[in-house]
Design a protein around this ligand. Structure first.
Ligand SMILES: Nc1nc2c(c(=O)[nH]1)N[C@H]1C(S)=C(S)[C@@H](COP(=O)(O)O)O[C@H]1N2
Ligand SMILES: [Mo]
Length: 316
């Protein structure tokens, strides 16, 4: 990380944005008087959004962990986004050049309502929620991130999947002029990922449009990325431009590059080693000691039933 002093930087830019906004919100509410009680009671928070649409959201206690959140600087400064380079710092440095407005998502395949949908039309009907989820990378580090998003299943229902829709395939933006990593053949571009329909419809599976109270920073997959908290991070595909419903399991990018190392399911499973390293432990960013990795990343109670009867060593 770079450390330099810039006297033009306002305190708002160096403070944790959540703390900063909480302070602002409090001042604003205090100024509003009795109305403030009502606003606070509905629990909706508004931040800068997309176009002229504010990012309004409520906080979901039901789906959130109460573990300490990873500092904003780590969440937005230590990333995997190979389209901008293979090291952890390139995405924060280079993803700024990606144009995310206008943005649209192509929906196709086994749906009654295929089409090209503008980002605003994707987001508009959905109530956004803050969900504090763990994200664990297959490389052995993890974070706790306050995402802002909505259940993917609610979006898929709007497109009316046919009875043949058994899997969902997602594709990332493929724009070499703005994504220097695409000029190198480290992966088979564009980046794709897939979920089984029941995984996609699970209420824990969200599309995120923001984090830490603001729109997604580009390096975290702006303007729309998947978050599947019980799977390794690579399933959580960024900057989505295409959603295709299909009959057969789609081949995801990491499976394609090394099928012996990365499977379709990619469920966090401390009992199944990666061929080159153990998956039993992990290091939470900002912590010194490693901790034990939990089955399904700690979400076993909610998702284990999806895999009943499956050999999770075979279907890794
Ligand atoms: N398009 C795309 N999506 C991606 C990746 C990528 O390289 N390209 N990396 C994945 C991996 S390996 C991880 S761990 C997470 C990291 O998400 P974060 O940077 O928001 O923490 O994004 C996933 N989504
Ligand atoms: Mo990862």
């Amino acid at each position: 990380m770079r450390h330099f002093k810039d006297p033009s930087i306002k305190p708002s830019e160096i403070t944790d944005p959540e703390l900063y906004r909480q302070r602002r919100r409090f001042l604003r509410l205090a100024a509003l008087g009795p109305l403030a009680g009502m606003l606070a009671w509905t629990g909706r928070v508004s931040a800068k959004g997309y176009g002229n649409m504010p990012l309004d959201y409520s906080k979901s206690a039901v789906y959130s962990t109460d573990e300490a959140q990873t500092p904003y600087g780590d969440v937005t400064g230590y990333n995997n986004f190979y389209e901008f380079g293979t090291d952890k710092y390139s995405p924060a440095e280079k993803a700024g050049q990606m144009t995310t407005d206008p943005w649209s998502v192509v929906v196709e395949g086994e749906v009654a309502r295929p089409g090209t949908y503008a980002l605003e039309d994707i987001l508009k009907p959905h109530a956004l929620e803050e969900r504090i989820y763990r994200l664990r990378c297959v490389e052995g580090w993890s974070m706790v991130i306050p995402w802002i998003g909505f259940p993917l299943g609610n979006l898929l229902k709007r497109f009316e999947p046919t009875s043949k829709a058994r899997y969902v395939e997602f594709t990332t933006l493929n724009r070499p002029e703005e994504m220097p990593g695409l000029r190198r053949g480290v992966l088979d571009w564009p980046y794709t990922e897939g979920l089984r329909m029941d995984e996609a419809m699970h209420p824990l599976t969200i599309l995120a449009a923001g984090l830490y109270g603001e729109v997604l920073p580009n390096q975290n997959g702006a303007p729309l990325r998947l978050v599947v908290p019980w799977k390794y991070g690579f399933k959580s595909i960024k900057s989505i431009v295409r959603i295709r419903l299909v009959e057969e399991p789609p081949l995801n990018t990491w499976q394609q590059s090394a099928s012996n190392e990365y499977g379709f399911y990619a469920n966090v499973n401390p009992e199944v080693d990666h061929p080159r390293w153990s998956q039993a432990r992990e290091r939470r960013l900002g912590e010194f000691f490693k901790r034990d990795t939990l089955m399904f990343n700690g979400y076993a109670e909610q998702v284990a039933h999806l895999y009943k009867g499956m050999d999770l060593r075979k279907f890794f």
